[in-house]
Design a protein around this ligand. Sequence first.
Ligand code: NAD
Length: 245
Amino acid sequence: MNNDLEQARTIIANGKHVMAFTGAGISVESGIPPFRGENSIWNKYDSQNLDIDFFMSHPERSWPVIKEIFYNFMDGGAKPNAAHLALAQMEAEGRLECVVTQNIDDLHQQAGSKKVYEFHGTARRVVCTKCSYVSPVREADISAEVPRCPHCGALLKPDFVFFGESIPMAAYQKSFDAAEIADVCIIVGSTGEVMPACLVPLKAKQHGAKIIEINPTDSEFTHKITDIHLKGKAGDIFKQLYSHV
Ligand code: NAD
């Protein structure tokens, strides 16, 4: 592990275009559970609540679950942890170009990261399913069982990607553009099972990037593309890594 840490430091320090690709695992130490694995969201809730067709036809069933999964954590004060903060600092110091995240929890931005490509959108905003109303969730009234648009009365929806929806075009394009030029890609806390997000690090690898993975367990990436696997929790690993990066 010490040798791996040393190598990872050197690779990151020598990188000209370093990117990070993050998944739910980076936010676990902030108290937000991942979708899969131990203590995960899908062990407790039915994933159909985040299917767009189900949501549109049964919002009275999906919305309470969505509030419990996502908004209780955010309003309950989930804070960026050492991993989010390290990535923000690396960017501020010019050592990291961008973060491509699958997360919708806003913790990279709260940590101070500026260039964050939210591949799956964000829970920070709600949008109307009919008109052009968009609002920060904190300014919108989502207290009703089924929150409604204050302009047209149609169903409100969190501005993240539900199963069955497409990826926001701008985030998609910028993520793959970053992967094409990256010479280092740091994957943090992702199973690599979610398509098409998992193609971003694969693209970076195809274009010659070194892949450093931070995850306590193996993922779909580990035996396919990872050059150095730093096994451990994201916050712990970044604390060890960052003091030397
Ligand atoms: P996932 O839930 O499928 O897997 C989580 C991964 O994180 C696993 O590989 C696990 O081993 C690892 N992990 C667990 N604890 C960790 C820690 N302390 N440090 C580092 N790694 C740790 O996550 P995913 O692959 O990102 O995929 C699924 C989807 O889940 C994404 O679309 C994402 O939007 C969504 N999601 C987001 C949040 C959030 O915004 N915080 C939470 C849950 C799910």
